[in-house]
Design a protein around this ligand. Structure first.
Ligand SMILES: [Mg+2]
Length: 227
């Protein structure tokens, strides 16, 4: 049986922060404050359930007639259409190198399928995966259903919450790799060693080229994931 590798999308393969900034920019250029943009984004998300930058902009144009939204729709469309540029540089070569005879890469992205699938489609990476899954709600709940009893697997994700939950439940049989694309400067880190001591040492990486460089427990084939 092949070893499943559950790979996250936002913040792991995709520079979501940079895309978000670029989507906010036309609204800021129109005269909205960053705080107001954030507020409207939250209102939209609550009401509609998923992001839709173009539809949101249409509603903002009506709601705020005093701002100058000239050109904003064109810029927003360009960002959405050009989503591929937010794929981190190391992604394609990493995905190409996964040995599919032994490993089963699964794109495992939390969120709103409507919006996520648009981004993923533009990035043209689906064919590298055995499956593309959009779990709703708790990612760990979905993971529990996707792996068999005692099955070993690998997780690559940037979310601290998810990493902690996977560690708590699956540390015996999962290789857990945390991606840190946006490293926090040391002086900004909170909490002491004692408070945050993990159950198991989690492998930390800042780029996909580091994925293969760990010394691994003998019972896994993990070191062979990348040829
Ligand atoms: Mg993520």
């Amino acid at each position: 049986m092949r070893t499943k590798i559950f790979i996250d999308f936002d913040g792991t393969l995709f520079d979501t922060e940079r895309m978000k900034n670029d989507l906010n920019q036309p609204l800021i250029d129109a005269g909205m404050s960053p705080e107001l943009v954030q507020e409207e984004y939250e209102i939209w998300k609550k009401a509609k359930g998923h992001p839709d930058p173009e539809a949101m902009l249409e509603s903002l144009i009506i709601k705020y007639p005093d701002f100058n939204f000239n050109g904003a729709m064109k810029k927003t469309r360009e960002v959405v259409e050009g989503a591929k540029k937010y794929l981190f540089e190391d992604v394609t070569s990493f995905l190409e190198k996964i040995d599919r005879k032994r490993f089963e890469p699964i794109l495992f992205t939390l969120g709103f399928e409507h919006w996520q699938s648009q981004k993923i489609e533009k990035c043209n990476i689906s064919h590298y995966f055995a499956d593309v899954l959009y779990p709703i709600g708790d990612k760990v709940d979905s993971l529990r259903e996707l792996v068999g009893i005692g099955e070993r697997f690998i997780v690559l994700d940037d979310s601290q919450e998810f990493i902690d939950a996977v560690t708590a439940e699956f540390s015996e049989r999962a290789e857990i790799v945390q991606m840190n694309r946006y490293p926090v400067p040391k002086e900004d880190q909170e909490g002491s060693e004692e408070e945050t001591k993990p159950l198991k040492e989690i492998k930390q990486i800042t780029s996909l080229s580091e994925f293969k460089d760990f010394s691994l427990p003998e019972h896994t084939d993990y070191s062979m994931a990348i040829q």
